[in-house]
Design a protein around this ligand. Structure first.
Ligand SMILES: *[C@@H]1O[C@H](CO)[C@@H](O)[C@H](O)[C@H]1NC(C)=O
Ligand SMILES: *[C@@H]1O[C@H](CO)[C@@H](O)[C@H](O)[C@H]1NC(C)=O
Length: 264
């Protein structure tokens, strides 16, 4: 009986130790796993640093648990619709960022804030971007792939181009899908490579015509009012005069008051 109890006790101690180490090991593995973003696949090379692959995961939001020593992030083939402000803040060693083949239609101001000194390549190709927002690329000198987006070429886009900090050649990827005005025929062209086209002149012309119409309208109103005013006054003065003439006694009074006002 005591032998059995002894056996049980000894083995339970062993079991307990085993269990304990198992728990510790699980904890360790779990800890290792959290140094990569959830669901993503991470690799580390001695020369190239950490790479985080989150491709084709149906992500609708940019993961916020990407380790801060990551050098390459692949978020291509997901369902991202926007890049919020400071989305990658803290990833001070990021060299390459792939956001291609998503549903991006918007980049918020400061979307790539904090990446200015490290990022060299940014892939935004095959998205839904229509207009260029310089505030999104503030301080970013990376080479960007902007091809395969439905760029809407208008005066806004033309004015935004020189304000974008990206490596200038990147802007050749802005191929117009639609344009404003439509008749200018810039569709299918890389906007930067069509230097004769000025989309703002057209807009200015339209604005000028509108201004002219408005000013003409005002002018007509003022003139009509003046004419009306003068006519009404003439009529009034004439009627007043006739009235005064018909009342000789009051005429004297009014002459009196006019002398007083002259004295005053
Ligand atoms: C990453 O974050 C840790 C802790 O938050 C910090 O100690 C470390 O310096 C950071 N590394 C970089 C490269 O920013
Ligand atoms: C830009 O992206 C398109 C489509 O994703 C790709 O075909 C092209 O090779 C890329 N260009 C560069 C310079 O990487």
């Amino acid at each position: 009986m005591s032998l059995l109890a002894d056996w049980l006790l000894r083995h339970s101690v062993v079991m307990c130790l085993l269990l304990h180490s198992l728990v510790l090991m699980t904890f360790c593995f779990h800890h290792a796993a959290t140094s990569c973003s959830k669901n993503c696949y991470c690799t580390e090379s001695e020369s190239g640093g950490k790479t985080v692959r989150c491709s084709n995961l149906q992500l609708t939001e940019i993961p916020q648990d990407i380790p801060n020593d990551t050098r390459r992030v692949y978020l291509d083939f997901n369902l991202l619709t926007t890049v919020p402000t400071n989305a990658f803040a803290g990833l001070t060693q990021l060299v390459e960022l792939d956001l291609s083949h998503n549903e991006l239609s918007e980049l918020e101001p400061g979307a790539f804030r904090g990446l200015g000194s490290s990022l060299q390549f940014l892939d935004l190709s095959s998205n839904k971007l229509g207009n260029l927002t310089p505030d999104a690329f503030e301080g970013l000198r990376a080479r960007a792939n902007l091809t395969n987006n439905p760029w809407h070429c208008n005066c806004n886009l033309q004015m935004a181009m020189p304000r974008v900090d990206l490596e200038p050649a990147s802007l050749t990827g802005v191929v117009c899908h639609t344009s404003e005005p439509e008749k200018i025929g810039v569709e299918g062209l890389a906007f930067l490579l069509a230097p004769d086209i000025d989309l703002c002149v057209e807009m200015k012309r339209t604005t000028d015509v509108a201004m002219l119409v408005v000013m003409f309208g005002w002018f007509t109103m003022v003139i009509s009012y003046l004419v009306y005013y003068v006519r009404a006054n003439q009529e009034d003065a004439r009627r007043h005069l006739e009235y005064l003439k018909s009342l000789p006694s009051r005429q004297g009074k009014s002459e009196e008051s006019s002398t007083i006002s002259t004295v005053v």
